[in-house]
Design a protein around this ligand. Structure first.
Ligand SMILES: Nc1ncnc2c1ncn2[C@@H]1O[C@H](COP(=O)(O)OP(=O)(O)O)[C@@H](O)[C@H]1O
Ligand SMILES: [Mg+2]
Length: 357
């Protein structure tokens, strides 16, 4: 039975008085039973602090953590029925894989036959049945991470917390384990909160994503919301690679002008003061080369990546990046025209940097 999780009005300060620092501010997130929620943001934005508060390893300065509707603030971690997987696996070096997986069950005095059955099920799910007799030192990094996950799964907790569990793995293994975690979540249905600084992991794993910066949730939404309707320029440029192009300009007579060109685009009507400055955001895949376009530039760099080629173009309004297909034949020095479909334009207020409706 999956539980809901409510992170309600969480504030966190470290230290006292003048020297105190605010690390989390007014964090409100409802996680539905069985949901896989991602917390993503740069290093130092408060992700681990929030996870530790959920687990009971730290207490909030203000707010409530409710698991299945019950406030658990003040309750010791061992009574919260939560399993946590960290970046470092912290396996018991002298115990076998089987005993590592079954350790918490033994502490709980689960009878041996039942414990053995649980260990076997979890090992089969993680495809490590053939490793049960080994010691952690006889395993690869990826295998150790599987054991750490098995130890958490075996407990069948109400809540799963992951703190950057894949950061220590090499790129190929990270992609494999990412798919594995997704599969395990689908099979177990346990409510999960997963912390990462990696925007690709966030987009591929989460049913919803909370993008954080400086202890404040910038946007909470589905991967589609976050990518296609970013709430502000921070979210817009944090998610997506190469990053979204941002161009400063002003609208007059229904046309948006940037340095050196008028584009056939208009910011949304109802924009505060149509002549005021706005920011146009365009993802690299939505910027196209068009011979007749009035916005001109010169190709500076061409980067083939295999499936796509990235093209950097210097224009009077700044350097922009395009994602084009591998067949692109442009070369550095070529003069090109650039165009954007109105449906692909993102508009932001130039001072608040918030999305314009
Ligand atoms: N015990 C502590 N005392 C003071 N500051 C702390 C403590 N723990 C974390 N911080 C600060 O809180 C901020 C958030 O840290 P953390 O939650 O670990 O970020 P993240 O996991 O997103 O990288 C950082 O600026 C960090 O220096
Ligand atoms: Mg952290």
């Amino acid at each position: 039975m999956a539980s809901s999780l409510d992170i309600a009005g969480i504030n966190k300060r470290f230290g006292k008085g003048d020297k105190s620092v605010e690390v989390l501010r007014k964090v409100d997130i409802h996680v539905a039973p069985g949901e896989f929620l991602i917390l993503v943001g740069p290093s130092g934005c408060g992700k681990s602090t929030l996870l530790n508060i959920i687990a009971g390893l730290d207490e909030p300065t203000e707010g409530e953590i409710r698991i299945g509707g019950k406030n658990v603030v003040g309750m010791p971690p061992r009574d919260r029925d939560i399993a946590m997987v960290f970046q470092s696996y912290a396996l018991y070096p002298t115990l076998s894989v089987a005993d590592n997986i079954g350790f918490a069950l033994e502490m709980r005095k689960m009878p041996k036959p039942e414990r053995q059955k649980r260990i076997d099920e979890v090992a089969a799910m993680l495809q490590i049945s053939h490793l049960l007799d080994r010691r952690p030192s006889q395993l690869s990094g990826g295998q150790r991470q599987r054991v750490a996950m098995g130890r958490a799964l075996a407990r069948q907790p109400q809540l799963f917390l992951f703190d950057e569990p894949l950061s220590n793995l090499d790129a190929k293994l990270r992609v494999e384990m990412r798919a594995e975690i997704k599969r395990l979540h689908q099979a177990s249905g346990i409510t999960s909160v997963y912390v990462t600084h990696d925007q690709v992991e966030a987009m591929t794993l989460g049913s919803r994503i909370a993008v954080m910066k400086g202890g404040v949730v910038q946007q909470l939404g589905t991967p589609d919301d976050i990518y296609n309707r970013p709430a502000n320029t921070y979210v817009a440029t944090f998610i997506g690679s190469p990053t979204m192009n941002l161009l400063r300009g002003a609208a007059s007579g229904g046309q948006f002008g940037i340095q050196g060109a008028a584009l056939n685009l208009a910011p949304p009507s109802g924009t505060p003061n149509s002549a005021s400055e706005v920011l146009l955001g365009v993802r690299p895949e939505h910027l196209v080369m068009q011979d007749s376009a009035p916005w001109r530039g010169k190709v500076s760099v061409v980067e083939p990546t295999g499936p796509d080629t990235y093209v950097m173009v210097d224009t009077a309004a700044g350097t922009v990046t395009l994602r084009t297909d591998a067949q692109t034949r442009v070369q550095p020095g070529d003069a090109v025209g650039l165009a954007v479909e109105p449906a692909n334009a993102h508009w932001f207020d130039a001072s608040s940097e918030n999305r314009l409706a």
